[in-house]
Write a protein that binds this ligand. Structure first.
Ligand code: FDA
Length: 316
């Protein structure tokens, strides 16, 4: 499927993307969130499609668009926050400018008591992305959290280092990691990645971090539920960890599950039914085509997941 991509007509890619992308504009994202929120009682994080940019003028576009997103979430009273890609704010061009852009956005989000998550991109920016979060906390902007990728060998050290600096204000989304990193820095096999995910979650739970568990993988969800239960954490329980501090109307009791729009809806609904807080990642934007093609090329597993979901559309 990946080798056929360059000759795949755009309308076919568009047909595929429709399931995973809310639409071309903010209006479509708002409509999607209203509909899903009403139907399922889930919450959301919004992603404006796009990442590594080639000029700082492009960063200005993302800053302005995300400001519109914050306003729209506030105006519509949606249970939602935002997820941003630091390279879209200039991280690989000029770190100081990127910091200033992120700071401006966090200040605006703070006015709306909104949380901002920095998505994690490939290994070139792992440390600089963590540094942005730490610097923002240092500047008093605590409405920001990070994503760590279980597949990277460094992740448990990163969790510990972040916990050491931020203490109980650490808010971490743990995912497997979409970028296929080399065997010298990352686990590459399915079982190893799952074990690493479990180990990383254990440390996050023990350190008192807010744990955003981002996966659609049933064994990983089952293991996470087991770990939560062992910690005496659950949908109807107050977070019993004395050193846990990340709370708020938009937070679960020390944890939440997160899933991508269009992926494993049945699992999401099952968790919601059990009372867990579940957040759906809502990407939208004009660059849906480039985004979809890049994701497919970067990680051919996704092409397989998509093929599977065509053959078995009920798996939605
Ligand atoms: P796995 O890849 O084993 O998939 C389990 C099952 O889920 C598959 O068998 C398939 O059925 C289904 N599935 C998974 N992904 C699918 C897809 N794209 N399309 C169709 N079906 C799919 N990564 C990163 O590097 N940086 C980040 O910031 C983020 N942010 C993020 C936010 C949220 C909310 C989620 C859910 C995920 C991310 N990711 C991410 C992506 C993450 O790292 C990972 O690549 C995917 O979630 C797939 O991994 P799973 O844990 O779902 O397992």
């Amino acid at each position: 499927m990946v080798t056929l991509l360059p000759i795949t007509p755009k309308f076919i890619v568009g047909w595929v993307a429709k399931r995973y992308v809310a639409g071309k504009d903010l209006q479509s994202a708002v409509a999607k969130m209203k509909k899903l929120g009403k139907k399922e009682g889930c919450c959301f994080t919004v992603d404006v499609l796009g990442e590594e940019i080639s000029s700082l003028e492009e960063a200005a576009f993302f800053l302005a668009e995300y400001e519109r997103v914050i306003d729209a979430i506030g105006a519509e009273g949606l249970d939602a926050n935002i997820s941003i890609k630091p390279t879209a704010f200039g991280l690989l061009i000029d770190e100081e400018v990127a910091l200033s852009n992120v700071q401006q956005l966090l200040e605006k989000a703070a006015e709306h008591e909104m949380f901002v998550r920095l998505d994690m991109e490939d290994h070139r920016v792992t440390q600089s992305t963590i540094d942005v979060v730490l610097k923002m906390h240092e500047r008093g902007l605590t409405n920001v959290g990070i994503v760590l990728q279980a597949r990277l060998f460094r992740t448990i050290d990163d969790i510990n280092a972040i916990s050491e600096t931020l203490g109980d204000a650490a808010d971490i989304r743990l995912c497997k990691g979409i970028y296929l990193e080399g065997a010298e820095i990352a686990h590459t096999g399915y079982n190893d990645i799952n074990t690493a995910f479990s180990d990383a979650l254990k440390v996050m739970l023990a350190n008192g971090s807010y744990c955003a568990i981002a996966t659609h993988d049933k064994p990983v969800v089952a293991d996470s539920l087991k770990q939560l239960q062992a910690m005496n954490m659950g949908p109807t329980l107050d977070d019993p960890r004395e050193d846990a501090r990340v709370t708020g109307a938009d937070k679960g009791p020390g944890y939440e599950f997160q899933m991508l729009l269009g992926v494993r809806g049945e699992l999401r609904r099952q968790l919601l039914k059990q009372g867990h807080r579940v957040r759906i990642y809502i990407p939208y934007g004009k660059r849906w085509y480039e985004y979809s093609m890049r994701r497919l090329r970067e990680n051919p597993d996704i092409a397989w997941h998509i093929t599977k979901s065509f053959l078995m559309p009920w798996s939605k």
